[in-house]
Design a protein around this ligand. Structure first.
Ligand SMILES: Nc1ncnc2c1ncn2[C@@H]1O[C@H](COP(=O)(O)OP(=O)(O)O)[C@@H](O)[C@H]1O
Ligand SMILES: N[C@@H](CCC(=O)OP(=O)(O)O)C(=O)O
Length: 371
């Protein structure tokens, strides 16, 4: 067993994410046989002493058949109507299925605000830890019926990576209708299976595409992004087929099971993770080369002198992206000034500024370089 698979097998707290394409079938809606098989694997692992948070997609897919909608709707209002009907069916099916093992489920519907806003993030953290302490299995989805286009995650892979960090998970298991990451969409011809991703070199040049089932949302693009986010934050990830859930969640994970993403380095603190991956940026600060070197390589605070431009309508305390001269986002941080104040300050060194404005624009403690 590889190190990463061993870490997944040994994890005492895990997030398991299952995609729509593994739970629903176009035309027929929710497939309770496949849902029961997934619950069998989760309940067995819980029985062995692990705590599991399940992030389950499938609300929209499960709402199609009851509303006599043939295919996944494209407009937001119909998607939300389908999610409203389908989420109820999904929650009911999980409650029944986990009930076979005398396990209680708790439904947690999140909007992006719940992880993007710091106070909500803490609140969600408390809810999860209470549910887990009480022995329940939290079943999470995006709150599709209220999320507007602007604030939607629209992608439960990313939500699962965020929840994994939020609850202090020791592993993230992404279950889909495909059994691994391939170097191209496996449905489009001969492709090579990638068993282990130990670093960026292992995924260089691979072609990832969108969902081909018409049920999933983000395809392999969002799975790969989520896996890399979690791995970069210190959480090992296993991507496998939902049909292999027993193996993926078992006491030993077969060497050939899925794709394992090695966790890089140490775990990021909650604040740094929140800053780097969860918070929504309200604007951009453009940096010159000297400022990039200072904040990214020497981990210094960002001073007004190294800023060449400002975009966005943010206020002091908001999160902004820091952008290098080639327009790449190189860091994120909490800005100490309102957008309106900055044009009068940028490019000027501290001694040229009035005393009340002689402070860091982004303090080093509030700054996370992005790889
Ligand atoms: N490089 C790739 N490796 C594996 N699957 C890929 C790749 N590129 C595209 N895909 C497609 O992504 C699909 C999984 O994404 P999706 O349907 O959104 O799943 P889910 O509903 O589980 O989130 C697979 O069925 C596959 O067709
Ligand atoms: N929240 C939506 C699922 C969104 C989503 O990311 O779907 P998927 O790509 O199948 O994981 C739903 O429950 O239908």
């Amino acid at each position: 067993m590889s190190d990463t698979r061993a870490a997944v097998a040994a994890a005492r707290r895990l997030v398991v994410k299952v995609g729509s394409s593994a739970l629903t079938t176009a035309g027929d809606g929710l497939d309770t046989t496949r849902l029961d098989a997934l619950v069998d694997a989760i309940a067995t692992r819980v029985g062995a002493g692990s705590q599991i948070v399940l992030v389950s997609s499938g609300a929209i897919g499960a709402g199609l058949a009851p509303l006599a909608l043939g295919t996944r709707p494209r407009d937001l209002a119909t998607q939300q109507a389908a999610a409203s009907v389908g989420q109820l069916a999904l929650a009911h099916a999980y409650a029944e299925s986990f009930g076979r093992y005398r396990l209680t489920v708790g439904q947690v519907l999140l909007t992006s605000d719940d992880v993007v806003r710091r106070a909500h993030y803490r609140n969600a953290q408390n809810t999860f830890s209470r549910l887990l302490a009480l022995g329940a299995v939290p079943v999470v989805n995006e709150n599709d019926t209220v999320a507007t286009e602007e604030i939607r995650f629209g992608d439960n892979d990313r939500l699962a990576a965020l929840v994994a960090h939020l609850i202090g998970a020791e592993a993230l298991v992404l279950l889909s209708d495909v059994d691994a990451l391939y170097d191209g969409d496996p449905r489009s011809g001969a492709t090579r299976r990638i068993t282990d991703v130990d670093g960026p070199a292992d995924i260089e040049g691979i072609a990832v595409g969108m969902s081909s089932s018409g049920l999933g949302t983000g395809g392999m693009v969002s799975k790969l992004a989520a896996a890399r986010t979690a791995a970069a934050a210190g959480i090992p990830v296993l991507l496998a087929a939902a049909a292999q859930a027993g193996d993926a969640l078992g006491a030993t994970v077969g060497a050939g099971t899925g794709t394992a993403f090695r966790a890089a380095g140490s775990r990021l603190s909650a604040r740094r993770f929140w800053l780097g991956y969860a918070a929504g940026a309200r604007g951009r600060l453009h940096l010159d080369d000297g400022a990039v070197a200072a904040v990214v390589h020497r981990r210094r605070s960002l001073l007004a002198a190294g800023i060449t431009g400002v975009d966005g309508d943010f206020q002091g305390g908001d999160v902004v992206d820091l952008v290098d001269p080639a327009q790449r986002v190189v860091a994120r941080g909490v800005v100490a000034f309102d957008a309106g104040e900055l044009p009068g300050l940028i490019g000027r060194s501290s001694h040229q500024l009035p005393e009340e404005q002689r402070r860091e624009v982004v303090h080093a403690d509030d700054l996370v370089p992005l790889s």
